[in-house]
Design a protein around this ligand. Structure first.
Ligand code: DHB
Length: 399
């Protein structure tokens, strides 16, 4: 038996993009359903990025999602760039006229959004299977899925949002030949850990070391997050905790500063890739977040891009569904892609400047150092990094 129902917007994926879209649409009185193949516990625990641009913070605040973020988030006015054994501070507030970033983990945003949506009586179907989208050539696309109890559903929608990540079904449901992709793989991965120890730094440390990149970031005042560049196809079993700490000490250490160690509660290796699929829309199917684009993590743009996409999309769908005005949905893909390509360039640039090429490229290494020296010695170059890092495309949600 198939249960048929109707909603205005069918949303595939309960990550930050899908959940925020559902939240913003609800603020405009538009109903939606969110389907997600993972469990709620999994969505609330999966470790991802943790750094919000000023614009993302302002957006979440302005729509009523700022309470816990303002209480628990850590505001940072700059970063440290480390290379050739020296650590240099970049002061974002000074360079950008007051911009900053906030450390507040993606998992916390997801928890806040799930809580808010469920409290408002919204439908989020976790642990669904066999999700598909169909009827894309008509004005009533259909979302199909099997719920966690085994019942098959068919939901008639005015629009469908594919917020289902890089491996999701929505991008592949676009008509053959429509989507173009641009891609770059990097010859290294990141080994990331969460450690139960107070951060050893007030602001993030990005370190280019001859033996590989390392990053010291954090989640809270009691929890540190650290990353190490490792070979692309590295096996996590080769990295017992002791080796991780030894390598972090080696790549982050400078005289007079101490990296505090603590119990590692989580470790994982993630590949690095740049990927952009365009256009991000076919008629009434829209892609947002990782379903349409992936950036390498250096610079932490992925989450911010996802939040930006769905803010644009929520406004566009409101205009379409409430006023019959298609101008904003017609502009959706181009509007998002301008920001996406800027962030793609910035992430590629930060990644290329800070990671060590496994092929021991002496020329490339000398260029990296020359570029890093330029960034710390020229106000113009430092400002370029700072305004990209803090985010210089405006993101607004008019009340
Ligand atoms: C984090 C990750 C990043 O890639 C980055 O550039 C900054 C922070 C993080 O996980 O906190």
């Amino acid at each position: 038996m198939t249960v048929s129902s109707r909603t205005q917007v069918g949303i595939v994926g309960a990550g930050p993009a899908g959940l925020l879209l559902s939240y913003l649409l609800a603020l405009r009185g538009i109903d939606s359903i969110v389907v997600e193949n993972r469990s709620r516990a999994y969505c609330e625990a999966r470790q991802r990025a943790g750094l919000l641009e000023a614009g993302s913070v302002e957006l979440l605040r302005s729509v009523g999602l700022g309470e816990r973020m303002d209480a628990e988030g850590l505001e940072h006015g700059g970063i440290y760039l480390q290379f050739e054994g020296e650590r240099h501070h970049l002061d974002f507030r000074d360079l950008t006229g007051g911009r900053w970033v906030t450390i507040y983990a993606q998992t916390e945003i997801v928890k806040d959004l799930i809580q808010a949506r469920l409290a408002a009586g919204a439908t989020i179907e976790f642990e669904v299977s066999d999700t598909s989208v169909a009827g894309l050539d008509a004005d009533r696309p259909v979302l199909r899925y099997t719920d966690s109890a085994g019942t098959r559903h068919q939901v008639s929608c005015d629009a469908i949002a594919g917020c289902d990540g890089f491996h999701g079904v929505c991008r592949d449901s676009m008509p053959p030949g429509l989507i173009q992709t641009a891609e770059r793989e990097y010859p290294y991965s990141w080994l990331g850990i969460l450690a139960s120890v107070a951060p050893s730094t007030d602001e993030l440390i990005y370190s280019r070391h001859p033996d590989g990149f390392a990053l010291h970031t954090m989640r809270t005042r009691q929890v540190s997050r650290l990353y190490l560049q490792v070979p692309a196809d590295e096996d996590i079993d080769r990295w017992p905790d002791e080796r991780i700490w030894t390598e972090l000490q080696h790549r982050l250490g400078i005289p007079g500063w101490e990296l505090k160690e603590g119990p590692i509660s989580e470790k994982a290796i993630s590949p690095m890739r740049s990927f952009v699929a365009y256009p991000m829309r076919y008629r009434r199917l829209f892609l947002a977040g990782d379903a349409a684009h992936i950036v390498p993590p250096t610079g932490a743009k992925g989450l911010n891009l996802a939040l930006a996409d769905v803010t644009v999309l929520a406004k566009a769908l409101t205009s379409l569904l409430q006023e019959g005005d298609a101008d904003l949905v017609d502009a959706y893909s181009d509007t998002c892609l301008a920001r996406v390509w800027r962030a793609t360039h910035f992430s590629w640039w930060m990644t290329s400047m800070l990671h060590v090429d496994p092929n021991r490229d002496e020329f490339g290494a000398a260029l990296q150092i020359a570029q890093l020296r330029y960034v710390i010695s020229s106000r113009a170059a430092a400002t370029t990094l700072a305004e990209n890092y803090t985010g210089y495309f405006r993101l607004t949600w008019e009340p």
